[in-house]
Design a protein. Structure first.
Length: 598
């Protein structure tokens, strides 16, 4: 089904988009909920049941399959609330500033429904006006309610005798809950790579089987950072009779939350590869999918199911979004970070909202805060950072580990624990002290340990504060993970203002010298490269060769952008000057690398 809008709101953290569909789906806007943190989901269930005046019955951790049941019921509740809003809209009256008028006024220029609406508002013929009003009401439909599962977050759960409960891990239970929900025209977005156990479990769920050509009860979207990853994951699922309906390409570094540095290949060249190899990708997946579908007795069709390509990461202007959609034939462009300053769309507490509005480039850092060992774009100055540093000064580094979604380390224990936990950091620091390291080396490794921060709680608490809900285990600190793009948006905006900005009808950029998204991504990669180069020693010859490959890909990306600069931006002259400066910086780093490799 063709989307009403040209953009989608990606998943952000755990809480920031946990109820975004309740806020924006009634306007036809697509968005994504994280469903991995079931305690947050349970808190939101209670909040919205009470707000709707419905009886709330808790689903406790002592009940069978409680995680899947919590998730399914919350998604059913969100579905019911959104469809109730849609019914209300369809029976409303067209008046200036009404919700009904807002629905059509936020649509992009060129959308047929917006054209009909504008014609209707100017019509002086009463009969025609009534006919058009009736037609417009009949066309109202909600945006997609999609869900996100970060594949790396897949802790096992155990029975009382210590045995691992089958199909009860975090990711599998979340997927089962989603599959059993009443959501329709919806998809699960898998992020962070291939999880064989999770992908194998998809085979058991009929919700992902086709109903007709290109029609699924529920779809699969995979978020990737390059073509090879899409091909590998798509083929893995195709062999199991699972069709990937969309690949969502995200910038490796110019994004919020976890940042996966690529091999230096930039977003433009990556999207170009998807564009040129799209037919090949579809054909190769269909060739594997078709026999698997036949073997499973699924409906089969001669033509492949449709496959959408979308992108997100660092988009900040209508010009950028329009170029991406047109040049790379994208079905949608994701706008994430700017929406953190739009309370009508996302859930951010007041203190964090102020920090986001005041954030500058130096306030967003590529940190080591994530216990997963993956770099993490992180806003300085949050209550989460203050709490972490306070515990360090008090001699108790690390956090209480109440949620345990990110447990993975078995360095000191038989059962995995989280590297952000007090239990791990205490043991690790004791180990460092026993090694007799030189002071400089000890300090470096000590700070690596204490930099880890509890994300399960920190990324959930914004909703806890916003709605006055009981905090988990009395832990109230908030962590927020915007993309670097937040530095260029400085004020709280309404949903109308945000959509007007997206479609070029307004301007919310607070800093006028904001670099083009392609330049910003390039600068982030150069900064990352420089960091890696400075950490090299004479013994790191292999690493240096890998970094040389990284550098060459950056230079290839610069060449690609330079050749098509006139089409990328109206400020092609400035754009090319910035490319040249970046080229010079990379050249200096390459010379250092060549010395190490020699």
């Amino acid at each position: 089904m063709q989307a009403l809008h040209n953009f989608h709101i990606p998943v952000m953290g755990l809480a920031f988009t946990v109820d975004t569909p309740v806020k924006v789906a009634r306007y036809g806007i697509d968005s994504v909920i994280s469903i991995i943190e079931d305690n947050l989901i349970e808190a939101m269930r209670k909040h919205y049941y009470q707000q709707a005046g419905r009886p709330f019955f808790a689903i406790t951790q002592h009940e069978p399959d409680y995680r899947a049941r919590r998730i399914a019921d919350y998604l059913n509740l969100v579905h019911d609330l959104v469809h109730g809003q849609i019914r209300k809209l369809r029976s409303a009256v067209f008046t200036t500033g009404s919700e009904l008028s807002k629905y059509f006024e936020m649509l992009p220029e060129g959308n047929p429904l917006r054209g009909i609406y504008e014609h209707m508002t100017k019509s002086v013929d009463r009969r025609e006006k009534e006919t058009l009003e009736k037609y417009l009401r009949s066309q109202i439909r909600p945006g997609r309610i999609d869900v996100n599962i970060m594949t790396k977050v897949d802790r096992n759960h155990h029975a009382k005798d210590g045995s691992v409960l089958p199909d009860a891990s975090d990711a599998l239970a979340a997927l089962r809950g989603y599959a059993s929900s009443v959501l329709e025209n919806s998809a699960v977005v898998f992020s962070a790579g291939l999880n064989p156990r999770l992908f194998n479990y998809l085979e058991k769920l009929e919700a992902f089987h086709p109903l007709d050509h290109g029609v699924f009860g529920k779809e699969v979207i995979i978020k990737v950072s390059d073509y090879r990853s899409a091909l590998v994951q798509g083929k893995y699922l195709a062999k199991k009779g699972i069709w990937v309906s969309e690949f969502r390409i995200e910038s490796g570094l110019n994004c919020g939350g976890h940042a996966f540095a690529t091999d230096g290949t930039l977003l433009g060249p990556i999207l170009e590869e998807f564009k040129t190899k799209r037919a090949e990708l579809v054909a190769s997946l269909h060739a594997l999918y078709q026999p698997a579908a036949v073997a499973k007795g699924l409906p089969v069709f001669d033509a492949p199911h449709p496959l959408r390509i979308t992108a997100q990461g660092g988009v900040g202007t209508c010009e950028e979004a329009t170029f991406l959609a047109a040049h790379y034939a994208l079905a949608s462009v994701g706008w994430g970070t700017p929406f953190l300053l739009c309370p009508e769309a996302t859930t951010v507490d007041d203190e964090t909202l102020q920090l986001l509005g005041a954030a500058r480039e130096e306030d967003v850092i590529l940190s080591d805060a994530s216990p997963l060992g993956v770099r993490f774009n992180y806003l300085k100055g949050t209550s989460g950072q203050r709490e972490r540093l306070l515990r360090v000064t008090q001699g108790r580094p690390g956090s209480p580990c109440t949620e345990k979604h990110l447990i993975s380390n078995t360095e000191f224990t038989t059962e995995p624990i989280c590297t952000a936990s007090h239990a791990y950091q205490k043991k690790k620091i004791e180990q460092l002290r026993s090694l007799g390291l030189p002071q400089e080396q000890y300090i470096k490794r000590y700070h690596e340990v204490i930099s880890k921060e509890c994300l399960c709680i920190g990324l959930s608490n914004s909703a806890i504060h916003r709605y006055g809900l009981p905090p988990f285990k009395k832990l109230e600190a908030v962590t927020v993970c915007p993309g670097p793009n937040i530095a260029y948006f400085s004020r709280v905006a309404s949903l109308v203002e945000m959509t007007d900005h997206i479609y070029g009808r307004g301007d919310l950029i607070g800093i006028k010298n904001r670099p083009h998204m392609f330049i910003k991504e390039l600068l982030l990669n150069i900064k990352y490269l420089e960091e890696q180069v400075l950490a090299l020693t004479e013994m790191d010859g292999k690493v240096a060769k890998d970094l040389l490959h990284f550098s060459q890909n950056l230079l290839k990306g610069i060449g690609y952008y330079r050749e098509m600069s006139e089409g990328i931006t109206v400020e092609a002259g400035v754009f090319n000057e910035q490319l040249t400066r970046c080229e010079v910086e990379i050249g200096e780093l390459v010379r250092r690398l060549e010395v190490v490799c020699a």
